[in-house]
Design a protein around this ligand. Structure first.
Ligand code: ATP
Length: 133
């Protein structure tokens, strides 16, 4: 069966390089799916859960924005940060969510609301991937 090469790259590392059957990615304009033979395509990514199907299993990866490029049966994801669901530190994400919620509730004069909201979104999406490895 034809397959796709999925690569997920962050500023720190090559997180994943794997032959997969399908990729579902959180595009800025909504989720999009990639099967082998997809036309060349570039999309900005939202903060969200990317998933792929390989070896009869579906696996989830947190991605925090960036871009995906699809070309020649290869999906390259350049993400600001990314973690495979089984490697997410949920206690850390819980702390990050509480910290962001507190900042937004306190409304301090120097609050950077956009930054606090983005942090809250990252933490909430990480927490939504609990149990989805
Ligand atoms: P925090 O406030 O806990 O640092 P954050 O959303 O600001 O969270 P990011 O800027 O997205 O963190 O990521 C910084 C680095 O830490 C990246 O390498 C990312 O993969 C890693 N990271 C952040 N949160 C987690 C987590 N809950 N589990 C595993 N790795 C994480």
């Amino acid at each position: 069966m034809a397959s796709l090469q999925l690569e997920i790259v962050t500023p720190d590392q090559l997180l994943l390089s794997k032959e997969v059957d399908y990729v579902g990615a959180p595009g800025l304009e909504g989720e999009f799916g990639v099967l082998p033979g997809h036309i060349p395509f570039i999309s900005a990514l939202a903060i969200g859960g990317l998933y792929y199907k390989a070896d009869g299993k579906t696996r989830f990866v947190f991605v925090s924005g960036g871009f995906a490029e699809i070309s020649d049966d290869k999906v390259t994801v350049l993400a600001e940060s990314a973690e495979e669901a089984e490697n997410i530190d949920f206690a850390r994400a819980e702390h990050a969510r509480k910290r962001a919620e507190q900042r937004l509730a306190e409304k301090a004069a120097d609050l950077n609301q956009g930054r606090a909201l983005a942090s809250l979104t990252r933490a909430s999406i990480r927490l939504s991937l609990r149990g989805r490895s």
